[in-house]
Design a protein around this ligand. Structure first.
Ligand code: FAD
Ligand code: DLZ
Ligand code: SF4
Length: 515
């Protein structure tokens, strides 16, 4: 009896469901570096190095744990470039009686797994991915018959299910959510925690050379690759976060500072999403920090909400909405992203900082992704599918199941309000309140019109006016629409003319197609 167990690049967990019931004595683990996965978008070079190096290290860890691992490298001359092609070759090599695999993380790959039984004439067991708190069926049950899907209510159910921060049936601190306390702007501080930097070992160096040679035209730089690529090093970063950054995570969750790429964020999403860290374990350890009096409730509740709330909710939406969610474009946006999304070369300082760090490190924190980069794309009317592809390309933690609902849904309102009840748009005032970017910018955040006016300002009003037919009766936008209506007609006209001139200039300066 031989069981073939394919383990995909985001399934690097030692207790993966496919491995749980299997016996190393008769199981062959198959890991495949394949061209199709490296090229379905132009992944940031850092993302390619991270995934391939983490896969190679995970194969070594599985071997050390007694598994036979058949590992196909990208530069293997016989590599046929796809999961299905490589499973076919492995079936021929090992003659298995069955295939056991953990469900894939996205529609594209799930369709491949579904085809294997017929293709290979073998039983294929597809196990649920138990690294998530909420199963597909549970999310479907929760969502059924609800007029709208509100993350906050889903989150409460996950709190009850996991028992995290619960006192019997009541939430710790008698409130479910402490977000109101989590919107403080930050000051530069020499004592700010920085994520650990991990030196590249020989395995990572070999992968860096491979990626430079094969993917030189992909975005991003590899100078100073410092991410963890093993579970042990990811765990070091987790312990570092819990001890040094978690206590102030909540207070400064939405803050942005020039030159400060990480603030009090965990920088753990790449490791959680690829399987090196277990999300529920991190939540339990965060709760233990609170119970021991080492971290305040607003921080710990905020952190836990991001994981068992937002992360699980996004996954639920992704699978519930189906493979054509990616094509939704509620606001009918068609503009190409400006080419400088791939270079960071713009004189808008907030964007130069956020894009610059994205291209340098494959990371930006949530508010940079949402309220600087995504906000601008939405205000200019960028095509949400192209925006989605950009995010999928450039972030180390980007896998479609989590990236798509965040980008197309939350950030671009492409789903018409399924994920977020109003579009996340703002003028420069929000960015100025939550960051120090505007102080060093060539634009004046206080101006709406004129050569040096902050572009976000006119674009914000123009967006609201352009979409009044679709958004005018949204209660959460009633205030800005009232403010617009109170504005003098000449000021309204000047604001719209300013926005139109900016958009025309943007179009004339060349689009993403050039890249
Ligand atoms: P922290 O700020 O320390 O947050 C703690 C953890 O909560 C994260 O590690 C992550 O696992 C989870 N989390 C927080 N917010 C979200 C969220 N909205 N959805 C899912 N999980 C969340 N996150 C991804 O993991 N992959 C993506 O591809 C991704 N794309 C995004 C695209 C856009 C447009 C936006 C607005 C957000 C996106 N996010 C994505 C969510 C969030 O920005 C990242 O999870 C976070 O920045 C990761 O950094 P961190 O680990 O330091 O997070
Ligand atoms: C993202 C990615 C990349 C770049 N390369 C590989 C690879 O060569 N082999 C692999 O198994 N996985 C890779 N991945 C991650 C997969 O795309 C990921 O496992 C799927 O998106 C799961 O649905
Ligand atoms: Fe960004 Fe406007 Fe502030 Fe400049 S002034 S940093 S463009 S928000």
């Amino acid at each position: 009896m031989t069981v073939l167990i394919p383990v995909l690049g985001d399934q690097l967990s030692p207790d993966l469901s496919a491995l749980r019931g299997a016996d190393p004595a008769d199981g062959v683990v198959l890991m495949m570096e394949v061209a199709d996965e490296t090229r379905y978008v132009r992944h940031h070079k850092t993302k390619l190095v991270y995934i391939l190096s983490a896969m190679r290290h995970h194969a070594a860890a599985l071997r050390a744990a007694g598994w036979q691992v058949d590992y196909v490298r990208l530069d293997d001359p016989d590599n046929c470039g796809s999961f299905t092609g490589e499973v076919a070759r492995a079936v021929a090599r090992h003659g298995p009686d069955r295939i056991v695999v953990t469900e894939a993380g996205e529609w594209r790959v799930a369709a491949m797994l579904d085809s294997w039984e017929t293709l290979f004439g073998l039983p294929v067991e597809i196990h649920p991915d138990t690294r998530f708190v909420c199963s597909h069926a549970e999310f479907a049950d929760w969502a059924e018959d609800r007029a709208s899907l509100t993350m906050e209510f889903f989150y409460r159910q996950m709190r009850q299910k996991t028992g995290l921060l619960m006192n019997g049936r009541k939430p710790e601190g008698d409130r479910w959510n402490f977000d109101k306390e989590n919107r403080k702007p930050a000051q530069a501080d020499l004592l700010m925690p920085r994520p650990l930097a991990f030196p590249s070992d020989a395995v990572t160096q070999e992968v860096i050379a491979l990626v430079e040679a094969r993917f030189g035209n992909h975005p991003g730089s590899l100078a100073g690759f410092y991410y963890a690529v093993t579970a042990a090093d990811a765990e070091r970063q987790a312990a570092h976060f819990l001890a040094h950054a978690l206590p102030r995570f909540g207070d400064f969750e939405d803050a942005m500072l020039a030159g400060e790429r990480f603030l009090w964020h965990s920088i753990l999403s790449p490791y959680i999403n690829s399987g090196l860290l277990d999300p529920l374990d991190l939540c339990r350890r965060a709760e233990a920090e609170y119970r021991a009096g080492r971290a305040p409730l607003n921080s710990v509740e905020g952190y836990i909400r991001q994981i068992i709330g937002w992360r699980e909710f996004m996954r639920g939406i992704y699978w519930r909405e189906g493979p054509d969610y990616v094509d939704r474009n509620h606001l009918d946006h068609r503009r190409a992203l400006p080419g400088w999304y791939w270079t960071g070369e713009t004189d808008m300082r907030c964007l130069a900082e956020s894009l610059g760090q994205t291209l340098a490190t494959a990371h930006a924190h949530h508010i940079q992704r949402l309220m600087v980069i995504g906000n601008f794309a939405l205000l200019i009317g960028a095509d949400p599918k192209q925006v989605h592809q950009w995010y999928l390309e450039v972030y180390l933690d980007a896998y479609e199941w989590v990236e798509l609902p965040n980008t197309l849904g939350m950030s671009q309102f492409g789903d018409g309000g399924l994920v977020g009840s109003k579009p996340y748009v703002s003028s420069g005032a929000y960015i100025n309140r939550m960051s120090d970017y505007c102080r060093g910018c060539r634009y004046d955040v206080g101006k709406r019109t004129g050569e040096d006016a902050c572009p976000y300002n006119a674009l914000y009003w123009d967006f609201l006016v352009r979409h009044r037919d679709r958004l005018g009766d949204n209660r959460r936008l009633a205030m800005p629409y009232r403010s617009w209506d109170r504005m003098a007609a000449e000021e309204q006209a000047a604001t719209r003319a300013q926005a139109q001139a900016f958009l025309a200039q943007l179009d004339a300066s060349g689009s993403a197609e050039a890249y």
